[in-house]
Design a protein around this ligand. Structure first.
Ligand code: ZN
Length: 320
């Protein structure tokens, strides 16, 4: 492939889809959200933490009116993706009282009762994680099934959205996907296909967060995504891949790497049964070659989380 298919900067990536690097924790390329923008409506996929909501508002200011925002769609309930859902909904409803969080029942329940997730995340990620207020207002939600075809005002007749069910990273994970006829024009992968922290090479990182990560289910979801043959894709961490060739390559790479990572964790842990040791080995031997985001304080927390999630799924550790 001659042209680099990876996009890390904010801006329009297809006719309808925009990528936004929200600069989570003030670090570029740590977390992305995606927006579907038509002349009649706006759909925001993930919000980042409660702090990141301001990056989204800043991006929209003078460019896209907030009254046009029709839906907020969470990929899953984790704080770095949906931590700001409650806040952004409350802000936008003053401009458009009809705005809804479009989601599945399981994610809604977790957004209404986020405390146990938030407390657990705090133990790993400290004060970075913002505030997750329970959003109890039933009026805030529109519940759909993953099989539902969602019409968005301003899309053409042959297009619709669907929240494709992709559990594994968490039980409630979905990929908001834009279909055009029977083709997938864009899928927001969230964390269903790992992380992409390299700007030039299609090499991925694991997203095996505790306590819900399930390796077998994760691989099944990944196979489903590969079969969908998306033309373009977006990653929570972070950026987009343009063109079906690059998208497939990255998905298949993540599938292979998921098996590698599982074996890596298993063998390092059998060498020395300490999470810390596995984490250090991974940072040293793998992470540096798979990311060109400058090393920062988040990396260790992230690696602790994915190693721990894998150890739990392997049955080598109990969930804390
Ligand atoms: Zn997550």
């Amino acid at each position: 492939m001659n042209i680099n298919p990876i996009i890390t900067t904010s801006g329009k990536i297809t006719q309808e889809i925009y990528h936004l690097d929200i600069g989570q924790y003030h670090i570029p390329r740590s977390c992305s959200v995606f927006l579907l923008i038509t002349p009649k409506s706006i759909v925001i996929m993930d919000t980042g933490t409660s702090e990141d909501v301001y990056s989204i508002l800043k991006f929209m200011k003078n460019q896209f009116p907030l009254r046009r925002v029709r839906y907020l769609i969470p990929s899953h309930h984790h704080f770095d993706h949906s931590g700001g859902m409650w806040k952004l909904w409350k802000i936008i409803k003053d401009y458009n009282p009809e705005v809804k969080i479009l989601t599945i029942e399981r994610t809604k329940k977790l957004l209404q009762d986020p405390n146990s997730h938030h407390e657990r995340a705090k133990r790993t990620f400290g004060d970075f994680i913002g505030i997750m207020e329970p959003l109890l207002d039933e009026n805030a939600y529109e519940i759909v099934e993953p099989s539902d075809l969602i019409k968005i005002p301003g899309l053409n007749q042959s297009q619709h959205l669907q929240l494709v069910s992709t559990p594994g990273h968490t039980l409630d994970h979905v990929c908001p996907t834009l279909f055009e006829k029977d083709k997938v024009k864009f899928t927001y992968l969230g964390e269903a296909a790992g992380g992409l922290l390299h700007s030039k090479q299609l090499v991925t990182l694991p997203s095996s967060m505790p306590p819900e990560f399930d390796f077998r289910v994760y691989i099944q979801s990944l196979e489903k995504l590969i079969e969908m043959k998306p033309q373009n894709s977006g990653y929570s961490h972070a950026g987009a891949v343009i063109g079906h060739e690059g998208v497939s390559e990255a998905l298949i790479e993540n599938k292979e790497y998921s098996f590698f990572f599982r074996d890596f964790v298993k063998s390092k842990f059998s060498e020395r049964g300490e999470t810390r040791f596995v984490v250090e080995q991974f940072i040293e031997q793998e992470l540096k070659a798979r990311s060109d985001v400058p090393m920062n304080e988040l990396y260790t927390n992230y690696v602790v989380a994915v190693v721990y999630g894998q150890l739990i799924d392997l049955g080598l550790k109990g969930p804390k």
